[in-house]
Ligand binder design. Structure first.
Ligand code: MN
Length: 130
């Protein structure tokens, strides 16, 4: 593999219900040498958090059941999730979505379609600090 890599393999919990988005995200995270665990709902993400112990959570907003903001609040409320950075990825680029993400406790906010360079820089930033 070429390009900058992280020194230690990091585990990322990807909360995404769309298979096409998931495959793009998976490809990008694999280029960063991350281990990937997938949850297709926020509820599943909350339930698997304590056993998965991710270094970072990538959170879609539009999900079946609770949305990504609700899921982030639920994650932040449990001990296994309180310190895990959550990066929200949403097609809703308006300022209001950014505010909602901040209020829910998200660490960063990315918009779809994914800017590959920005995505990788953001991942590296949080995973290097982990
Ligand atoms: Mn979705």
């Amino acid at each position: 593999m070429t390009g900058p890599e992280l020194g230690t393999r990091r585990r990322v919990l990807v909360v995404e219900d769309n298979p096409v988005n998931l495959e793009l995200t998976r490809a990008l995270l694999e280029e960063l040498d991350c281990e990937i665990v997938v949850a297709s709902t926020g509820d599943a993400a909350v339930r698997m958090l304590a056993s998965v112990r991710p270094d970072l959570i990538l959170m879609d907003v539009q999900l079946p059941g609770m949305d990504g903001y609700e899921a982030t609040r639920a994650i932040k409320a449990i001990p296994a999730g309180a310190a895990v950075p959550v990066v929200v990825v949403t097609a809703h680029a308006m300022a209001h979505a950014r505010v909602l993400a901040q209020e829910a406790g998200c660490s960063a906010f990315l918009t779809k379609p994914i800017d590959v360079q920005l995505f990788k820089e953001t991942m590296r930033c949080f995973l290097t600090a982990a």
